[in-house]
Design a protein around this ligand. Structure first.
Ligand code: EPU
Length: 336
């Protein structure tokens, strides 16, 4: 059985680098590991928190329960057909290691999702997305451990109920613990370059190789998004809010320069970073917690901020946007 430790600092395990203690902490890799930990009467009925790379989590207090840290595992080619390689990756595998391995092997389709912090499990739970591609577009099925019934379950893509930065694992099936993910990765490289910043790089001519595209995405990210190892953060702190077309028309009357993306139907997605910047909050600091200077959607820890301080800054940002535009921003990270 994996070794359960007590009173463990979670600081090394969250990319905001805030301090919080876990009463119990255990690294796990497989469904069998989880089963054996939960079978122990000391741990089976404790409150649980599943932690991957900690790149989408904000701890505002200590956790008086059991943290299951999904870590390690493998990436395996399990099957192929004419169009796709089918690749299974364990939940604890570092997402970017998976992306690099895919590139090295000529398994395409993950180029736009390069350099995103976190793990494969986290990617499947919150449907990570960047530069025109979402993880769900490459997922076939997700294997989970059901901690209540203590069985392994396999959810099809449809079962996962994916949406923008959401899935069934964030809604109706919060208790399920993702243990591995099966991806279908195209054999032929088909570049997705429609995102404004990639269009600016490639213009009319598409990138010839996946590596060329991957490098361009990596460079765009490096310009705008802080490296958590240098300036702790959790990527976008808020989701881009979706409003009705009616509301959008009203907003545009007041603010014609508003940045938005029509979603089809009666809905429009607004650029939350733009809204925050328009409130004059880009670069704002509250103690050591700050709004990043180059991308207002990202909150950063300039050094020594507590999770509670970052949460206060987030509330202040959301309050300002609500006050000015009447739009409610929802946090992207899990706040504990
Ligand atoms: N903008 C501003 N000011 C800012 C930030 C953005 O005016 O401070 C404007 C930009 O000029 C642009 C628009 O807002 O016109 C959108 O900005 P950007 O292209 O940087 O993307 P985003 O909407 O801020 C989203 C994702 C990112 C993802 C990028 C690229 C969300 C919440 N965020 O950011 O994902 O990398 O698109 O696809 O959907 C993450 O989820 O952690 C994340 C980093």
């Amino acid at each position: 059985m994996p070794v359960v430790e007590q009173n463990v600092s979670l600081r090394p395990y969250n990319t905001f680098a805030v301090e919080a203690l876990a009463r119990y902490f255990v690294p796990v890799e497989t469904a069998e590991d989880i089963r054996s930990v939960l079978a122990d009467p000391r741990y089976g009925s404790l409150p649980r928190f599943v932690l991957g790379g900690g790149s989408n989590t904000l701890f505002t207090r200590d956790f008086d329960g059991l943290v299951l840290h999904m870590t390690g595992g493998s990436v395996e080619l399990v099957d192929e057909n004419d169009g796709f390689y089918f690749v299974r990756a364990s939940a604890g595998v570092v997402w970017d290691d998976f992306v690099r391995k895919a590139l090295d092997n000529g398994w395409y389709g993950l180029e736009n999702l390069t350099a995103i912090p976190g793990t494969v499990g986290g990617a499947a739970v919150q449907n990570i997305g960047a530069y025109g591609v979402e993880a769900a577009e490459r997922i076939v099925e997700v294997e989970c451990f059901d901690p209540d019934r203590r069985v392994v379950r396999v959810l099809s893509l449809a079962d996962c109920d994916y949406g923008y930065r959401t899935s069934i694992f964030k809604t109706a099936e919060k208790d399920l613990i993702v243990t591995s993910v099966l991806f279908a990765l195209p054999k032929v490289f088909e570049p997705v370059c429609s995102y404004k910043e990639l269009e600016a790089v490639f213009g009319d001519k598409k990138p010839a190789t996946a590596r060329e595209l991957e490098e361009a995405v990596r460079a765009v990210r490096a310009r705008k998004l802080p490296d958590p190892a240098v300036l702790p953060n959790a990527g976008s702190f808020f989701k881009n809010p979706v409003v009705t077309r009616v509301k959008m028309q009203r907003l545009l009357e007041e603010t014609p320069s508003l940045v938005s993306y029509p979603l089809g139907g009666a809905r429009t997605k607004l650029a939350a970073g733009w809204l925050i910047e328009a409130c004059g909050l880009k670069g704002k600091r509250r103690g050591a917690a700050g709004v990043y200077e180059r991308q207002a959607l990202v909150l950063v820890n300039h050094g020594g901020a507590t999770g509670a301080q970052i949460k206060e800054l987030a509330d202040e940002v959301a309050g300002a946007v609500r006050g000015r535009f009447g739009v409610q921003l929802e946090p992207e990270p899990v706040i504990l």
